[in-house]
Write a protein that binds this ligand. Structure first.
Ligand code: ATP
Length: 770
């Protein structure tokens, strides 16, 4: 097998095809730079398959500098097209010839299922196409011989998230972000006038955008192609909407996928839904069709990072492939980038469409990823105010405490809202413990019935898209007064506890678990949902709020870099938050294409700085004016006690001798973000519901307090670990996986990403420096 250490020099083509999607440029940038870094040559194929069929200038060698700044650009800069000619064998023969003439026999395609189907067909025909070309004298035998295998690697670029065997497609979260932004705007006006809005979103065969926007904005009803509503859907929708109104909701939002239909596949149109809401419920109703704004704009943090990591993986896949390796599609499962057989992914995707056409809706849903079904369930549970069949028997209902601990993070409210709605649907009593543990302790002393409150559906209903912490958060730990905390648990008869927060929340659970020996009231099931911008909680690779932070930081960096376009030759040292974890700095570094990232894990030393300054000198001296935007170094706030952000900026300025400038910037609390990102909101809802289901299990088992305390799954952290969502027992994580001194996990999954930042910025690696 060919190893990545000694790759053969290859010519790798990269193209975007089908509908454009935000993040495609990030993918092309990563493929081009990674190819060059691995000693290969990269060729951009312009205008999708049209470029392959026409050849000539539409297949261009790309240099390192050609893709500079591409991460921040929307759409696709190498163009895309629908190309009927490539569907014909003759078109593919021309394409093969054009590739051979340029010496290209590896192709990375970023597109939807159609584009990937075409690519696989091309690969399977390749040997025949070449022998035909040889026979007709269009290429030489030796040319055919030296390129006899075509490597195809697929990456999925599509805003619909309609491809099977991957959780997310490049572009889907950017599109979701745009939709949620629009729905949030509409929300405000709807609420002011007590109006109803029917919002149509994209998705001909796939309801992902409709479902996720419904979950993240707290819509009242959604229509999805995979799950047509019941036969009497008109009645069901009106009943849900009027119940929400009766509970005091001032607005109604119904989201409808453009491909929505009923169980007989008859399209459900926005106008029909509007008529029902207006005529049957008497609501002042408007329709908004979002259209192409859903495609527009630059990519969100997630899509930039995903496209970058997948582009890197695609080049590795090309270099590692052998003639017998099936063409891979680069996908992501939860948090893990993996390769899946392209043919299987396309077949599974087509199968979903076929099942829908044959009205086998339940099967269609099982063919989508597991996440989809979970989100559907979460949506139902958090909006169902009328489902008597979901209520638990009296003796299985619990009083569940909800508490926020630590600094605010985007999505904390969404998780709390989901937990409240879940409780009410199942018959539990949600009890908000306001202002963290200090609030609870104080309340017990001097303000009875103040900061411990049962939450009503309507209170929480408004929280879906709000930033900050509606029930108040505090860094204080239960150990400040464990006895009072335990007394409060008893006084308020808490049967379970749902803690939302960062490293302090994690510490709080650890303390409560250990104090169980002394206080019987703490022998209840407890879950921590990690929520912190720093993403430094052991037991998970993702914390709610970290995506919002990355988006805020990336927007900030984009703006700052833009400001340099007039002055040129400027390097910015930007200080990021993150405590002693370099996660935020590194992931933002991937998302903006930072020149370097300084983390606490690696530290900063003088040789590193000298080397970086030298490298800056070299690259600015080669600059012929094309390097108009500034360069960025991201320095985590705790990367070094000595080399402060300002000091580094001053050192660079001094050493630059006027050849370039430097500036420092500290975005500070901007990084907490305003409105939480859709990813943080939807994951908060999903994990909130899962956590409550976990807590509920303990009551169903009807076990004693002693047995609860003895079960190590009664004090857990919910999180994403690799390709799975898991509950991890606190007693194991606190001992084996936690670096208590630096307040971070012992093994941080993202450490290798720093090398990717370095490779793609061309920075000489740390090994060369030391
Ligand atoms: P989107 O999800 O945005 O629709 P897509 O990749 O599915 O993206 P398509 O229009 O289906 O978009 O395909 C893009 C191009 O891929 C087509 O114009 C055509 O050139 C090529 N293509 C699609 N299907 C095939 C096929 N079965 N055989 C050969 N080429 C194909």
């Amino acid at each position: 097998m060919t190893t990545t250490e000694s790759p053969p020099k290859r010519r790798i083509g990269v193209m975007t095809s089908g509908g454009d999607a935000p993040g495609m440029n990030g993918a092309v940038r990563a493929v081009v730079r990674m190819s060059i870094a691995k000693g290969c040559e990269a060729y951009g194929v312009y205008e999708g398959y049209e470029g392959l069929v026409q050849g000539g200038d539409l297949i261009k060698k790309m240099s390192w500098d050609d893709v500079r700044g591409w991460l921040s650009e929307g759409g696709t800069l190498i163009g895309t097209a629908r190309c009927p000619a490539f569907r014909e064998r003759d078109g593919r023969r021309k394409a093969a010839k054009n590739m051979i003439m340029k010496g290209i026999d590896a192709l990375v395609i970023i597109g939807g299922d159609g584009s990937l189907t075409g690519a696989d067909k091309f690969r399977s025909e390749w040997p025949e196409l070449l022998s035909e070309l040889v026979k007709q004298g269009e290429i030489r035998k030796e040319q055919a011989e030296s390129h006899k295998h075509l490597n195809i690697v697929g990456m999925v670029g599509s805003i619909d998230n309609d491809m099977s065997l991957t959780d997310a497609t490049i572009g889907c979260y950017s599109s979701l972000g745009r939709i949620c932004q629009m729905v949030d705007y509409i929300d405000a006006t709807a609420s002011s006038h007590q109006r109803a809005f029917v919002i149509e979103v994209m998705g001909r065969h796939c309801g992902w955008l409709a479902l996720m926007s419904g979950v993240s904005t707290g819509a009242d009803f959604v229509f999805l192609p995979e799950r047509p509503p019941p036969v009497e859907w008109e009645k069901q929708m009106c009943s849900i909407v009027s119940k929400h109104r009766k509970l005091g909701k001032r607005k109604t939002i119904v989201i409808i996928a453009e491909g929505a239909h009923d169980r007989q596949l008859k399209p459900i149109k926005a106008s029909r839904v509007k008529d029902l809401l207006s005529n049957d419920l008497g609501l002042d109703t408007r329709i908004t069709t979002l259209g192409h704004v859903q495609r527009g704009g630059n990519a969100c943090a997630y899509d930039r990072i995903l496209s970058t990591l997948q582009g890197v993986e695609a080049v590795k896949a090309v270099l590692e492939s052998e003639p017998s390796t099936p063409s891979p599609m680069i996908s992501i499962i939860e948090n893990k980038i993996v390769r899946r057989p392209l043919v299987e992914a396309v077949a599974a995707t087509n199968k979903v469409a076929e099942l829908i056409e044959n009205k086998k809706f339940e099967e269609a849903i099982t063919m989508r990823d597991a996440e989809f079904a979970e989100y559907m369930q979460a949506f139902d549970i958090t909006t169902a105010t009328d489902k008597q069949d979901m209520l638990l028997p009296e003796d299985e209902r619990m009083r569940i405490g909800l508490i926020h601990v630590g600094a605010p993070a985007g999505g904390m409210n969404a998780a709390t809202r989901a937990a409240v709605a879940y409780c009410l649907t199942r018959g539990h009593t949600p009890v908000a413990l306001h202002n963290g543990f200090p609030g609870l302790i104080r309340h017990h002393d001097d303000q009875p019935l103040g900061s411990v409150r049962e939450v009503e559906w309507l209170d929480a209903e408004q929280w879906a898209s709000r930033g900050g912490s509606e029930i108040g958060t505090n860094r204080g730990l239960p150990s400040e007064d464990m006895e009072t905390v335990a007394n409060c648990f008893e006084l308020y008869k808490l049967d379970a506890l749902f803690i939302i927060g960062g490293f302090e929340a994690f510490t709080a659970l650890s303390e409560l678990r250990q104090a169980r020996q002394k206080y019987a009231s703490l022998k209840i099931p407890m879950v921590v949902l990690p929520a912190t911008i720093s993403n430094n909680v052991p037991g998970t690779e993702y914390s709610v709020g970290s995506d919002t932070c990355l988006n805020a930081l990336i927007e900030y960096c984009d703006a700052i870099r833009q400001s340099a376009s007039a002055s040129r030759r400027r390097i910015f040292i930007i200080e990021t938050q993150g405590g002693a974890s370099g996660y935020v700095a590194t992931l933002a570094g991937l998302g903006i294409g930072a020149f370097a990232v300084y983390t606490p894990e690696e530290g900063i030393n003088i040789r590193m700085l000298a080397n970086d300054i030298q490298w800056l000198r070299d690259s600015f001296s080669k600059d012929k004016g094309q390097n108009r935007a500034g360069k960025i170094i991201l320095r985590n706030e705790k990367a070094s006690q000595t080399y402060t952000t300002q000091m580094i900026a001053d050192m660079i300025k001094e050493e630059a001798n006027g050849r370039f400038e430097s500036r420092s910037a500290v975005p500070g609390h901007v990084q907490q973000g305003g409105t939480p990102s859709p990813m943080d909101r939807v994951r908060a809802v999903r994990f909130g519901v899962k956590s409550l289901q976990h807590l509920e299990e303990f009551r169903r088992k009807r076990i004693s307090k002693e047995e609860i305390a003895a079960d190590n799954m009664s004090a857990v952290v919910i999180g994403i670990r690799g390709a799975k969502v898991k509950f991890s027992p606190m007693d194991e994580i606190e001992k084996e996986e936690t670096d208590w001194k630096d307040r971070r996990p012992k093994n941080e999954f993202w450490l290798d990403y720093k090398d990717v930042v370095d490779t793609l910025s061309g920075r000489p690696t740390a090994q060369n420096v030391m």
